[in-house]
Design a protein around this ligand. Structure first.
Ligand SMILES: [Zn+2]
Length: 148
């Protein structure tokens, strides 16, 4: 009998964190809170797994930053407020749309951020800082809305 047996590391995407600029591949892409998991599987069914590390990483290039288990738990608590990937994508497109033609300065960034906060659950300071950075990057790189 042939038993399909294998093992390896896999990056598990646990909690979507929204779009931000990746320091690795330099794209605006979704980021995730996740774990690097070592798995053993038989016939594609995992029979053993162990968490090897906790990360915030880019969906596009899988590059990221290792964080502690405590940080992972704290961030998970914050980001579980806003995990709908379609809404996270909408939020990014909305930010691009209302940033059109605005110069990068604190006043404009605060204006766009307040518009986003009216539509999306961006309340925790960690998320406010993240979205302030995102809006600044959109203005800095003069990102244009995608034509449908
Ligand atoms: Zn990347």
């Amino acid at each position: 009998m042939l038993i399909m047996y294998g093992w390896g590391n896999k990056l598990k995407r646990d909690v979507p964190m929204g779009v931000s600029v990746c320091g690795g591949c330099r794209s605006f892409s979704h980021h995730y809170l996740g774990r690097l998991v070592f798995r053993v599987h038989i016939c594609y069914i995992p029979v053993f797994w162990r968490t090897k590390g906790y990360y915030v990483f880019c969906d596009n290039c899988e590059g990221g930053q290792e964080i502690s288990k405590e940080q992972y738990r704290e961030l998970k608590e914050i980001y579980r407020m806003f995990t709908n990937k379609k809404l996270l994508t909408d939020c990014y497109h909305y930010a691009v749309q209302i940033s059109q033609g605005l110069e990068l300065n604190d006043h404009n960034v605060d204006y766009v951020l307040s518009q986003l906060q009216q539509k999306y659950p961006i309340q925790h300071q960690v998320m406010i800082d993240q979205y302030r950075g995102l809006v600044s990057d959109i203005m800095r790189f003069q990102i244009q809305p995608q034509q449908a």
